[in-house]
Design a protein around this ligand. Structure first.
Ligand code: ADP
Length: 483
């Protein structure tokens, strides 16, 4: 099949979280299965063109995109990959030339977000037209790319290579819907009815790109079966769109993400001071000692690590009140993350109050994240909600049993130690008490080295590769044929 992916993130070129990893891995897996895959993302100002061997596409001339009275000059760049997906980066200095994917800091969104997303959508469709390439499916990822499906649904495309193209929207996080004021609507050149009740894009008097994507894409899915159930059943997790998703009925489904088992493999990971595997686990202890030293932590009990965005979703505020008692029990804590200033401050304060016991690295650093997954004994992911979550999959793969809340993709990927095949610790209530009780069970298990290493081994053996999810996406695309 011919598949055109539209996305704001694509690892390693542009990544803010799991979305970038997922799109790159899915595109790679589909391409390896013989499909023709093209990916379009913006050429952000902070993408290192030399390091990624990017060059302007010889086959695609510069072109102008007209929309809402604006004319924007664009050009496509291409990542130099002889194999795998064809990755096209859309250049437009005015809208994409600055650094940042969504905003300057995680807390502030760019004021011209809507024109940026409109250009991404239109540029992606334009690429297919200019290449005279007829995709079977345009697969858009999250609200940031949803406009490509909306454009396809609303614009006339007879006589173009997109005439028979169908659309799939994958929701990676329903909490980020891309809301905009209605006065921006004329800039989109879309039919006015969309913006007024009961129009597909209208949402409480404003615009909602996710809602329009959900209603106007041929198929919609999210990234785990449990999250798919939760967002239709629970109004809070549905973030105002539970009913809209329910209305899509069978057209909405959940497909669990995989992880790139080659890119994330402790046996070959070049960022680690020592490599190891399930059969030869000795290197993990070397990674642990090195990480403790790197973070200025003293030897003691188990090292509990967390890697992730510092946002309410991730539930790290549930950890903060537990810090004194965890340290008292012998735990060492290490957090890598950036995000909400209040959480950053609280973590800095916890590290200052417990020198040698608690460490906080307030930055985005993929190499360090790999040393965290490898060097830690246990991994904390007390998310309030979690569409899929990749961090816990990396922790499992690196032999670091995760302690997680039973929600979304965490519920679908981690089995509690008390159950057959257990590879981590699972708790239900989003409270420090419930999280603390799970950590209590974890430290007890850690004190029995035989028990702990069999937990870790089972996690390392768990197969969350891309074969199964890629086949599920193929099936989803095929369900559109002739429909
Ligand atoms: P989300 O997509 O909600 O942020 P996921 O668990 O799906 O959560 O994916 C998060 C990804 O981002 C993982 O690859 C994780 O290692 C990475 N990540 C998050 N924060 C950081 C950070 N501060 N430094 C390095 N990597 C990070």
């Amino acid at each position: 099949m011919k598949i055109l992916m539209v996305t704001a993130e694509y690892a390693p070129l542009a990544k803010a979280g799991g979305l970038g990893d997922m799109v790159a891995a899915l595109a790679g897996a589909l391409s390896a299965r013989g499909h023709e895959v093209k990916v379009v993302l913006p050429l952000y100002g902070d993408i290192d063109r030399e390091r990624h061997a990017l060059a302007p596409c010889p086959g695609l001339p510069a072109f102008a995109v007209r929309r809402g009275g604006a004319v924007r000059r664009c050009r496509f760049w291409r990542a130099d990959g002889a194999t795998g997906p064809d990755v096209l980066l859309l250049e437009n200095d005015e809208l994409f030339g600055r650094p940042g994917i969504y905003g300057y800091a995680e807390v502030s969104e760019f004021a011209d977000t809507l024109p940026r997303l409109a250009l991404l959508a239109q540029g992606a469709l334009e690429a297919a037209v200019m290449l005279d390439w007829a995709p079977d499916v345009v697969h858009v990822h999250d609200a940031a790319a949803a406009l490509a499906a909306v454009d396809l649904a609303c614009w006339s495309r007879a006589g173009t290579p997109l005439a028979a193209t169908r659309t799939v929207l994958t929701i990676h996080n329903l909490a980020h819907q891309s809301h905009h004021p209605r006065w921006e609507f004329p800039g989109l050149d879309l039919p006015t009815r969309l913006a007024w009740h009961p129009g597909e894009m209208e949402f409480h008097g404003g615009l909602n790109l996710m809602k329009a994507g959900i209603l106007l894409s041929d198929r919609v899915n999210t990234v785990s079966p449990t999250y798919a159930r939760e967002v239709t059943a629970d109004e809070e997790l549905g973030c105002g769109l539970a009913g809209v998703l329910r209305d899509r009925g069978e057209a909405f489904s959940g497909i669990l993400n995989g992880m790139d088992r080659e890119a994330w493999d402790p046996a070959t990971d070049r960022c680690l001071p020592a490599n190891y595997s399930q059969r030869a686990p000795a290197g993990k202890a070397v990674c642990r000692t090195a990480l403790l030293r790197e973070l200025g932590l003293e030897e003691g009990g188990p090292l509990l690590a967390s890697v992730g965005r510092l946002a309410g979703q991730k539930g790290l505020d549930l950890l903060l009140p537990l810090v004194p008692s965890l340290v008292g029990d012998g735990w060492r804590l290490a957090v890598l993350g950036t995000g909400e200033p209040a959480l950053e401050q609280a973590l800095h304060a916890a590290a200052a109050a417990h020198p040698g016991r608690v460490a906080f690295a307030a930055r985005f650093d993929e190499a360090l994240s790999r040393r965290f997954y490898a060097g830690a004994d246990a991994f904390a992911m007390p998310s309030r909600f979690e569409p899929c979550g990749l961090a816990q999959l990396y922790a499992l793969r690196y032999g670091t049993p995760p302690v997680v809340r039973r929600t979304g993709g965490l519920a679908d990927t981690v089995t509690d130690a008390a159950e057959p095949g257990g590879d981590g610790f699972v708790f239900d209530e989003a409270t420090p008490e419930a999280f603390g009780a799970a950590l209590g069970r974890a430290i007890e298990a850690w004190r029995e080295p035989g028990r702990w290493s069999s937990l870790a081994r089972r996690g390392m053996a768990a197969d969350y590769g891309w074969d199964v999810p890629a086949a599920a996406y193929e099936e989803l695309y095929r369900s559109l044929e002739g429909s």
